[in-house]
Design a protein around this ligand. Structure first.
Ligand code: PLP
Length: 399
């Protein structure tokens, strides 16, 4: 029989999509499910951005573009980086892609070789695509734990202990999916000291939640000038402007820009031209909608954290960014006789119709004595209130 490649067999997935399929199945069966699964804004793309996309279609601007993207957008990205990070970059160093996600694969491809022992450090728990792509590209995944006791920031000492002569790439994600943690300036400086000691390692800064940082100023790795040469700065339109389905992201690095462009030529050819013109408007047009969405996420974060902290057996930190919370449900598992967070998650879905994700969907548990689930609070206040009330009922039935 014809065989499937080892590379493909190594591919993981994003379990949010798997759980979403379960949720949709239950809804089709007529069940009433409140979902906190999917990591995307629950808003429509702002009207001025939609209009820019429609204008591109009607103006006949829908053919291929250069693989690196239209110059107008690369310039808009450079202006956006200046506005949000006070960092000057050249549009020449920017490559546009179909979302931020493809740059995870391109960066691993550009910095490691298959099966030769190259190592990539990535956050655990973390966006599942990191580990999946590291494995599929034949590199060795080296998890770096993101711990509750560190407020879901990074421990520079732990990072230091993971780096060796085989380390080729270090992935850092702040604000962080799935915990919502964001690395404060003090911790980031310690991380940067470790990075400085290791000048052969590339750094991938996944800053897709850069504009959703609530309690403190967003700290970008691009602000440390001496790292810039080997820093791959990645961000995009999905989360800030509610544009997940438009598929538009970018990466910035002077040396790797031509390499990324070549990978884009070899894969998607270019990002959709329509989405590129819409993104010019997103990055450079009026920001009132983006600001209003952020304000709404913050209000919802405060509501969900307050409500969830009142649940018996649940502890929840107040995370500083993105739209996720990562409550500790160890005691709630004990109360309800659930074997672990995944069993607890399944019971929430089946018994009270509340869909969340479990820690195992984002890597290996940092400690078997600590069970977590993830809520995306990109949901209506009404859903947040009734979803948490259902969990409250479920828990109190077992006390
Ligand atoms: C940490 C992280 N990086 C990257 C992405 C991908 O974003 P995009 O929609 O731009 O591909 C996501 C999406 O959920 C994410 O959570």
């Amino acid at each position: 029989m014809a065989e499937i490649s080892e590379r493909s067999m190594r591919l993981g997935t994003e379990n949010a999509f798997v759980v979403l399929a379960q949720v949709n199945e239950l809804i089709r069966e007529g069940r009433d499910v409140i979902s906190f699964c999917i990591g995307q804004p629950d808003f429509e793309t702002p009207p001025n951005i939609k209009e820019a996309g429609i204008k591109a279609i009607n103006g006949g601007r829908h053919g291929y573009t250069p693989s690196s993207g239209i110059l107008e957008l690369r310039q808009a990205v450079a202006d956006y980086i200046m506005r949000t990070r006070s960092v000057k970059i050249s549009p020449e160093d920017v490559v546009i892609g179909a979302g931020a996600k493809p740059f995870i694969m391109y960066s691993i491809l550009a910095t490691t070789d298959f099966g030769v022992g190259d190592e990539v450090i990535y956050p655990n728990p973390g966006f599942p695509i990191y580990e999946s792509q590291i494995r599929a590209m034949g590199a060795i995944p080296v998890p770096l734990n993101v711990r509750q006791e560190n407020n879901f920031s990074l421990d520079a000492g732990e990072l230091d202990s993971k780096i060796n002569k085989n380390t080729k790439l270090i992935i850092i994600n702040s604000p962080h999916n799935p915990t919502g943690g964001s690395i404060p300036l003090h911790d980031m400086k310690e991380v940067v000291d470790v990075l400085r000691k290791n000048p052969r390692c590339w750094i991938f800064a996944d800053e897709i939640y850069s504009q959703l940082c609530y309690d403190q100023k967003f700290v970008s790795l691009s602000q440390f000038d001496d790292l810039r040469e080997r820093l791959i700065l990645c961000d995009g339109a999905s989360k800030t402007w509610a544009m997940t389905g438009w598929r538009l992201g970018f990466a910035v690095n002077q040396t790797l820009a031509p390499v990324f462009s070549k990978w884009v030529t070899n894969t998607e050819s270019c990002a959709s031209q329509i989405s590129q013109w819409a993104a010019v408007e997103a990055f450079s047009g009026p920001q009132d909608h983006a600001i209003a969405m952020k304000k709404s996420f913050l209000e919802r974060r405060d509501i969900i954290v307050e409500l969830i902290s009142e649940l018996p057996g649940v502890k929840c930190l107040n995370p500083g960014g993105a739209f996720y919370i990562w409550p500790d449900v160890t005691e709630a598992c004990n109360i309800t006789g659930s074997k672990d967070s995944e069993h607890f998650r399944i019971r929430l879905l089946e018994e009270v119709g509340v869909a969340v994700l479990a820690d195992i969907h984002f890597g290996t548990r940092v400690s078997e004595n600590e069970q977590h689930i993830r809520f995306s609070y990109a949901a209506s206040v009404e859903d947040i209130k009734s979803g948490i009330a259902r969990i409250d009922d479920f828990l109190r039935r077992h006390i």
